[in-house]
Design a binder for this molecule. Structure first.
Ligand SMILES: Cc1cc2nc3c(=O)[nH]c(=O)nc-3n(C[C@H](O)[C@H](O)[C@H](O)COP(=O)(O)OP(=O)(O)OC[C@H]3O[C@@H](n4cnc5c(N)ncnc54)[C@H](O)[C@@H]3O)c2cc1C
Ligand code: FES
Length: 265
């Protein structure tokens, strides 16, 4: 089947600073919203950057979609020129979007999902959780401290079981998301484990720890990976990562991978 992707200008309906330097942007992009699956991303470019600087389109995960209003959400942290320009845009202005791009999560029927997000790693997981509304499943969200937890309410609205971990113990379980995952998996018998699949996004050390836990308990694991990206479309080969069968490209083969396909250092 031919992939549907669009290169469009999308009107911003809101761009809200949720925490210092963390923004939630909603844009109207009905064609992208309808064609997207959880785990995919868009190359997003602010209209406030120099038109002749092609490198300033930046990959952002699709955080949530609303096919009724045609809205698409991005949750992003301001780290440099591209994201700073996005943060300065106001409702009514436009941004350029190329997407949806990449390979999303594979959700097999009958699977009981455990979503594990650390920090801004919740960005692609809310779209996945949105599609699981009313089903069995668990979301584990972690942050260093309570004030850095992101998007707890929208996750709660999905009806999935929510477990929270903060490193300083200011909210939920004290410790890392991986400790919560460890406790959860250790309580399951072999029958229950057969149906479990873990879906995770977050910093590399966290993903590596999630992968090792899933290996230990023999449960499926998919991860959303990040690299620097220039084209987002498989042309520049700049987003290669090492996998067991050679190199894979995060923008095309991923960003979502079965964790056992990859080489973890
Ligand atoms: C598939 C994918 C999905 C992503 N989804 C999101 C998302 O939903 N929300 C979000 O906030 N960010 C996300 N990112 C990361 C985001 O793309 C970068 O933060 C952004 O490109 C930075 O652009 P900039 O121009 O603001 O900063 P730059 O000026 O390009 O960089 C500023 C600093 O950040 C570092 N940096 C830039 N990109 C990355 C990266 N990918 N990994 C590690 N360090 C980086 C640079 O080395 C530099 O030190 C995603 C990345 C990928 C590959
Ligand atoms: S970003 Fe260019 S090939 Fe992946």
């Amino acid at each position: 089947m031919k992939e549907k992707r669009f290169h469009i200008r999308a009107r911003i309906s809101s761009n809200t600073e949720l925490r210092p330097d963390i923004f939630l942007m909603k844009v109207v992009a009905p064609e992208v919203a309808s064609a997207s699956v959880p785990g995919q991303f868009c190359m997003v470019r602010s209209s406030l950057v120099d038109t002749y600087d092609p490198l300033l389109a930046r990959p952002l995960s699709i955080h949530r979609v609303d096919v009724d209003t045609g809205e698409l959400e991005f949750l992003y942290r301001v780290v440099g020129k591209g994201t700073r320009a996005l943060s300065r845009q106001v409702p009514g202005e436009e941004i350029t979007i190329l997407g949806p791009l990449g390979t999303g999560f594979h959700l097999k029927p009958g699977v009981i999902p455990i979503l594990v997000g650390g920090g801004l790693g919740v960005a692609p997981l809310l779209f996945l959780a949105q599609g699981l509304k009313g089903q069995r499943g668990v979301v584990i969200i972690g942050a260093i401290t309570k004030s850095q937890l992101l998007r707890l309410e929208p996750f709660r609205e999905t009806g999935l079981e929510i477990l929270v971990a903060t490193e300083d113990g200011s909210f939920g379980n004290k410790g890392l998301v991986t400790e919560v995952l460890d406790r959860l998996l250790s309580r399951l018998d072999d029958d229950a484990k057969r149906d479990i699949e873990v879906f995770s996004c977050g910093p590399y050390p966290m993903l590596r720890a999630v992968y090792h836990l899933c290996q230990e308990y023999d449960v499926g694991c998919q991860v959303s990976m990040e690299t620097h990206m220039a084209c987002g479309s498989g042309l520049c080969l700049g987003c290669a990562i090492e996998a067991k069968g050679g190199y894979l490209h995060v923008c095309k083969d991923g960003p979502c991978f079965r964790a056992e396909e990859l080489i973890w250092d």
